[in-house]
Design a protein around this ligand. Structure first.
Ligand code: ATP
Ligand code: MG
Length: 247
């Protein structure tokens, strides 16, 4: 596993990041460092604490203990600056069904503070990139789920953030839509964007540069898929996951 040479290479960092809800600890003192340009897979069973952790990384939920940093900025002290540096696609992504496709892009561009002309040029490029150009004037409610997920990604990144956090972006869609979505993720990563992604699909975990596996709020493994398979003496990420989560 290659180690970051300096802090400038670190896009996302967490130290002892913890979140309790009453007596229950949803995220239990997690440590991680994601290097710039990585596709980092954040895995774990239902209820493991992934969404809770991501919300703390984005500054949407206050940690009970510990700290997170985005590009070296402490999340607890730099919430506004961080919002401009990250794109977040939540698990229940929030598109407006009663708006047209381009109107959703326009709305989210406005949220991120883009001017009208910036939004116009950015949304044409984005629609082409998302393979949604011909659906520009379609009502969002009419889009198939796979298309909606691509649009939700577009709406999360009108400001070209360096870091994108995706919470189960492909859940419930067919294999072709998933492949298309991952083609986009790869394109973004190749242009230097850091991707932090949760998924329950273990074939997607294989595409990640490194993955962590969370069990009951703790990270129990973190490495490249290749190294994890070697450590667990298995040949697929599916088996790595089952071994670590079941034990
Ligand atoms: N606001 C809250 N109040 C109380 N408990 C919560 C709250 N948010 C999350 N939890 C609990 O924390 C645990 C972790 O939830 P979280 O949504 O982070 O899991 P997850 O790994 O994202 O799961 P999934 O794969 O199903 O999305 C769960 O037991 C959940 O019920
Ligand atoms: Mg979740």
């Amino acid at each position: 596993m290659s180690k970051p040479e300096s802090n400038n290479h670190i896009a996302v960092k967490a130290e002892k990041l913890t979140r309790r809800f009453g007596d229950f600890t949803a995220v239990n003192s997690i440590d991680l460092q994601v290097q710039k340009g990585e596709i980092f897979g954040f895995l774990g069973a239902n209820g493991a604490g992934k969404t809770t952790a991501i919300r703390m990384l984005c500054g949407l939920l206050r940690p009970s203990e510990g700290e997170a940093w985005i590009e070296g900025l402490p999340v607890s002290k730099s919430a506004e600056k961080i919002k401009r540096r990250i794109g977040y696609m939540s698990q229940k992504f929030s598109l407006y069904n009663d708006l047209k496709v381009w109107e959703n892009l326009e709305f989210y561009g406005g949220i991120y503070g883009l001017s009208k002309s910036e939004i116009e040029s950015a949304s044409d490029i984005m629609l082409a990139r998302l393979q949604l150009a011909e659906y520009r004037n379609t009502m969002t409610v009419e889009l198939p789920l796979g298309f909606k997920q691509r649009l939700a990604l577009g709406c999360a990144i009108p400001h070209n953030p360096g870091i994108i956090l995706l919470d189960e972006p492909t859940s419930g869609v067919d294999p072709i839509a998933r492949r298309k979505f991952w083609d986009l993720i790869y394109e973004l990563a190749e242009s230097g964007t850091t991707i932090f992604v949760t998924t329950h699909y273990m074939d997607e975990a294989e595409y990640c540069s490194r993955v962590s596996i969370m069990v009951h709020g703790k990270i129990v493994a973190l490495d490249t898929p290749r190294e994890l398979k070697k450590q667990q003496k298995v040949t697929t990420m599916q088996d790595v996951f089952l071994k670590l989560v079941e034990s």
